[in-house]
Design a protein around this ligand. Sequence first.
Ligand code: NAP
Length: 303
Amino acid sequence: MNFKQQCVGLNDGHIMPILGYGTAQNPEVPKSKILESTKIAIDIGFRHIDSAYVYQNEKETGQAIRRKIADGVVKREDIFLTTKLWSTFHRPELVKVCLQRSLENFQLDYVDLYIIHLPMSIKPSEKTYTKNENGKILFETVDLCATWEAMEKCKDAGLVKSIGVSNFNRRLLEMILNKPGLKYKPVCNQVECHPYLNQSKLLDFCKSKDIVLVAYGALGSQRPKIWVDQNTSILLDDPVLGSMAKKYKQTPALIARCFQLQCVVVVLAKSFTENRIKENMQVFEFQLTSENIKVLNGLNKNI
Ligand code: NAP
């Protein structure tokens, strides 16, 4: 399989593989799991790996990549590695600090893509979420245009190949795009996107600005009780998705991922289970008709 053929061009001239392996990890899952599953993902053919400082497993992710390079399975330039600037590092003077910690964790010289993880800024501290004595997160106001200028400097320093954002709405994207003296446009906006939240308006806007929308949550929203109404429908149980899966002789998960690949272009797939990591790679083995894509778009609930 020629993986270069399954890439999308970015607005800065680099390319991004359209299927990414996600590494977000629940704290209960042992770190050894991410090491093993990332190695399996690379063996199976994933070349785009999506990490983040806040996942606290960059060391194991980097170890897996370096092991596969040492084994001769891949070269560094075959891997497209993303990591993300955490919210306690939004102040411009802290951007490079966070990136350098990530590079140290990975034991690598550069990442392919560095993105602002969230537009919400949290007061700096050594904790992931700086909180007051009542347990409330201490947010702060940081000018994200200044954060972006610090991101541009990381690119100029050769520490990252491309820079982008995540969880930005149109207004925030426009704020960056209209910034006086903008040197580099964001190459991507990584957001939750699936048939129940198809992001059609944001997708059209991103396309019009040559910004790639990268979809996470392709199998439906995560359902933590603290912020998701537990009565909302579960995407993978949707009868329309189910009958389409039967028709294509695929699983509902693959239909959902294929929908994203054909509509959005780049999709992330996280699994620590070997057979599901393999299954997710099979998304390239079939194509949905435009009629079926229309049907799946019709499931949108904007939730
Ligand atoms: P996902 O790929 O939608 O997968 C969600 C869960 O479904 C996984 O925990 C996995 O559990 C299971 N699964 C995976 N493949 C499956 C399949 N073929 N059939 C059935 N179940 C399957 O996960 P996600 O939430 O979108 O995360 C993907 C990646 O996106 C993350 O790892 C992270 O890199 C990124 N992300 C970014 C943000 C952001 O704010 N930028 C937010 C969330 C996620 P098992 O491990 O048990 O297989």
